[in-house]
Ligand binder design. Structure first.
Ligand code: CO
Length: 458
């Protein structure tokens, strides 16, 4: 029996524990070692890493990827992509999506895991198509959630559609760590019976079920599981790589991992972890177990956002009420899975509903866009009264929203002008206009300063 392991420490691990603030210098020295561990792949890009590089770390995300590729010659590099949302929070025009996917592969990505927050597969069509054309392995993704309308049949049906789209594997993405061992066993078994593709299972340790869930997924025939190196595992991160390797090997699986190399990798990351604890960026609380997610379905990242949001408004005493409002807002919106960007939308709205003292007195522009159908089709029925209250007589769109968007690349290129020197720069700007423009300006100033100093020295 064989099972493969994806190492997530460079993307989801650090994203879930320390808000994606790990600069490349912190892991550059260990990349060649990681390349020898025997991982199926290293998830190292996409998700929030792109935004974080530009916004907080003053790093060019494309350069980060190329540098990783230079040091990791054998192991497959993997990224997470939000379909038509790319790595941002809104829908981009098709030409931007295609160029972004092509560039990602060109800069070194082998595997692209592609999802849509609402599981509206029209929103991943273009990205999947372009990734296949670019020669990447496409992992078509189901966002796992539970609700009165989500069922095993619904997920199996999605799996079949992903297979038809030409995806090379299917990933069950349990972003909140709410998939129980039994549910994982049943879902992986059902997918195995109905599709021929390898099954990848992604979960989090938030509720304490993570490693049990992965073990039962393995028993049901999962081909790949996501883990994080021990010292940055558990809690809101993934279950520990070394522990899963130990347990699986004992039960007769071959993981292909070298435990001595894993130990060296873990030893490398311990002081990195400690420095983030010291700076306050990594709160050890998130490494613990929180069964609240089982009751409220709130993913780890969303919990910390809610706390931050309420703290900023000096309203942390309303936390419990907000938490209880989350499932009600979710029901009104037709049970969207809570994952970026829907988790933020639901969280903000639940907070507004509680703090305003009246539900939907204040409605965010994202919720308006959602009700207009701009994020795709809701999994269930949207509350009709809410729709009328917010949209009046306006009819929601029913087509794929990106069909209504004009091509954008040339427009962005003209707008950003000389600040962009490469196609990558234009794509950064298209993805995050203000953040990328500020980054490109800082880069320019830095270079001008460097030129000035070198002239003075002469
Ligand atoms: Co995740």
């Amino acid at each position: 029996m064989k099972i493969k392991i994806t190492e997530t420490v460079l993307r989801d691990g650090q994203q879930s524990l320390m808000a994606t603030r790990m600069p490349i210098e912190d892991f550059l020295p260990v990349l060649e070692k990681m390349d020898q561990a025997g991982y199926y792949s290293m998830e190292c890009w996409g998700g929030a890493t792109f935004d974080s590089c530009l916004r907080y770390l003053d790093e060019d995300p494309w350069q980060r990827l190329r540098t990783i590729r230079k040091h990791v010659k054998n192991t497959k590099l993997q990224m997470l992509l939000r379909g038509q949302n790319l790595l941002g929070y809104k829908h981009y025009p098709d030409d931007i999506v295609r160029a972004f996917v092509r560039k990602s592969v060109e800069c070194g990505i082998d595997i692209i895991r592609i999802f849509d927050a609402l599981n509206d597969l029209r929103n991943i069509e273009v990205a999947v198509d372009e990734a296949i054309k670019a020669g990447a392995h496409v992992s078509g993704t189901l966002c796992y959630t539970t609700s009165p309308i989500h069922s095993l049949d619904m997920f199996v049906d999605l799996g079949k559609q992903l297979e038809k789209m030409g995806c090379h594997s299917i990933c069950i993405k349990d972003m909140a760590g709410i998939m129980s061992p039994k549910e994982a066993y049943d879902l992986v078994s059902a997918l195995k019976q109905n599709v021929k593709l390898p099954i990848v299972v992604h979960t989090h340790g938030t509720t304490g079920m993570g490693s049990m869930t992965l073990l039962k997924a393995a028993e049901a025939g999962a081909d790949v599981i996501d883990c994080a190196i021990a010292c940055l595992s558990g809690g809101t991160s993934q279950p520990p790589t070394e522990t899963m390797h130990y347990v699986l090997e004992e039960m007769g699986w071959e993981t292909g991992l070298d435990k001595n190399v894993l130990k060296e990798i873990n030893d490398f990351f311990k002081p990195v972890r400690d420095s983030f604890i010291k700076s306050g960026m990594l709160n050890p609380i998130v490494m613990g177990t929180d069964p609240d997610a089982l009751n409220y379905q709130v993913p780890g990242g969303m919990l910390s956002n809610l706390v931050a949001q309420l703290t900023a408004q000096n309203k942390l005493d309303r936390f419990q009420e907000v938490l209880e409002e989350v499932p009600r807002v979710r029901k009104d919106l037709g049970y969207p899975p809570l994952v970026t960007p829907s988790s933020q939308m639901v969280g903000v709205q639940a907070t507004n509903n509680v703090l305003a003292g009246e539900r939907y007195k204040m409605v965010s522009k994202e919720i308006k866009a959602y009700l207009r159908g701009e994020y795709g089709k809701a999994p269930g029925q949207v509350d009709e009264d809410l729709r009328k209250k917010v949209l009046g007589d306006e009819q929601p769109v029913t087509c794929r929203f990106a069909d209504l968007l004009e091509p954008g690349f040339e427009k962005y290129k003209a707008e950003i002008g000389d600040l962009a020197r490469t196609e990558e720069d234009v794509l950064s700007y298209a993805a995050f206009p203000q953040v990328a423009e500020a980054f490109l300006e800082r880069r320019k100033e830095r270079e001008e300063r460097a030129v000035k100093y070198s002239i003075e020295e002469m």
